[in-house]
Design a protein around this ligand. Structure first.
Ligand SMILES: Cc1ncc(COP(=O)(O)O)c(C=O)c1O
Length: 445
């Protein structure tokens, strides 16, 4: 057995870090600031109006933080990742936060942890997990990858979230869990969902990858389930470029996720001692106690995350203001447009601005989105639409409940445009004006 610190394979860092007073570093920072000031203009420009699905949330400060890490040469998961995890967990009062390299990986790790044979009462191949039809592909793939059977449940047409009545209807003898998505940042009715989970003894995994900064009844989403997952993808509420995090209140699950995140070894555990005691003959630094992946965040990404996190509230506030204002301004066409609504205890973090065309609307999605696109307003479908209609689903065992009519409706008659921190009153007015122009041309204003 070795006496070396278990988390270090090298006895000494190659380079001890970057002094903030170093003349080259001062110059590098100056040039990064200058470059960003000169070239990064993401605010809405009335002279060249464009409303993209997203504009970068990061700027010179984040780039400097990342460059400093690169210059330090200490780039793989280490103290900055641990610090960012603690900051994130503390900001939302989660007991544990375990970062990884994407929201998809967070979902993978959540399912892998709950399906691992070393986890108490774990999910087993053939067990069913309910998912909303309106979800992202990597909400479902981790279930399939673990031999679980996704049960596809329709959404509520008002919230766009899994309909509680449909959940009750979908539960069968093999159902062990629910994996809801808080669609477009709008929290599911967690009162009803938790009640169902308690009554039917179901494990809850919350896919919060679109819902960072959302709360239900004052509690952050992600805190209700056994595990919650978030994405820090470039276009999300805040970013680490790519990245994600699993949150949990359960220490054993947190440790399991740490093992699975990196090779199946114990290096990153908070309490590895019991493993060391059990296997005294194996080098602590290379002690593998389970299967695993390599889904780690880098130090660069964590440094970016630590700069982004304090900005999150202002980013979410901007999205909420935009949503409230657009719902008012576009509300005059409510005979044609259906908007996503919060339930009374929900506080959405408003990921994009989704619109569904109501029955009888005398124009198509293609017509309105093409008009907007020509005016440099980007649009997109809402998540994956109805996942059961995607060809990949036909390759794998799953169960569909009902006709998924509301989810199909979102797929066929829904679109969204950008709602983010760089959308201001002028950008909002521009979108409203272009929609007004489209309606007027059809005699609908
Ligand atoms: C509901 C949902 N789950 C998971 C993901 C995957 O996140 P990532 O793109 O970080 O892998 C997304 C991505 O937007 C998502 O919308």
């Amino acid at each position: 057995m070795t006496d070396l610190q278990p988390t270090h394979i090298y006895s000494k860092p190659a380079f001890d870090g970057v002094s903030p007073d170093d003349e080259f570093l001062v110059a590098i920072h100056k040039y990064i600031n200058g470059y960003c000031d000169k070239h990064h203009h993401f605010a809405f420009d009335p002279a060249n109006p464009t409303v993209r699905l997203h504009e970068p949330t990061f700027g010179a400060t984040e780039i400097i933080a990342a460059v400093d890490v690169l210059l330090s040469t200490r780039v793989t998961m280490g103290p900055k990742v641990r610090a960012f995890e603690r900051e994130f967990a503390d900001a939302f009062k989660f007991a544990h936060g375990i970062t990884n390299n994407s929201g998809s990986s967070a979902n993978l790790l959540a399912v892998a942890a709950l399906a691992n044979s070393a986890t108490e009462d774990h999910l087993k191949p053939g067990d069913e997990v309910l998912v909303p039809a309106l979800c992202w592909s990597t909400t479902v793939w981790p279930l399939i990858q673990h031999g679980l059977v996704p049960v596809i449940v329709d959404i509520d047409p008002v919230t766009f979230n899994m309909a509680p009545g449909e959940i009750e209807r979908a539960i069968g003898p093999k159902t062990r869990g629910i994996m809801p998505v808080h669609v477009y940042g709008n929290p599911c009715d967690m009162g009803e969902m938790m009640d169902i989970c308690r009554r039917r003894n179901l494990i809850l995994i919350e896919d919060c990858c679109e819902a960072l900064g959302a709360f239900y009844d004052g509690t952050p989403v992600g805190k209700f389930g056994a595990i919650g997952t978030f994405s820090f993808y470039f276009s999300h509420h805040m970013t680490t470029l790519e990245g994600g995090i699993c949150v949990t209140e359960n220490f054993e699950l947190a440790e399991m996720i740490r093992i699975l995140r990196a090779h199946g070894w114990v290096r990153e555990l908070q309490d590895p001692q019991s493993f060391y005691d059990k296997y005294p003959g194996i080098d602590k630094r290379f002690l593998f106690v389970n299967q695993g992946y390599n889904l780690r965040l880098t130090e660069l990404q964590a440094a970016i995350g630590s700069v982004q996190l304090p900005k999150l509230t202002s980013f979410v506030d901007a999205r909420r203001t935009n949503t409230a204002e657009w719902q008012k301004d576009l509300g005059k066409w409510s005979d044609f447009f259906q908007f996503q609504k919060e339930t009374p205890k929900a506080h959405s973090s408003c990921f994009g601005f989704p619109i569904i065309l109501k029955d009888g609307t005398p124009f198509s999605i293609a017509e309105i989105t093409s008009h907007l696109n020509k005016a440099n307003i980007e649009t997109r479908p809402i998540i994956c639409g109805n996942i059961a209609a995607q060809p990949a689903m036909h390759m794998y065992k799953h169960r569909v409940v009902g006709n998924l009519g509301h989810s199909s409706n979102v797929m066929e008659r829904g679109f969204s445009f950008g709602n983010h921190q760089a959308v201001d009153a002028a950008a909002r007015a521009y979108v409203t004006e272009k929609i007004g122009e489209f309606m007027k041309a059809r005699g609908l204003s």
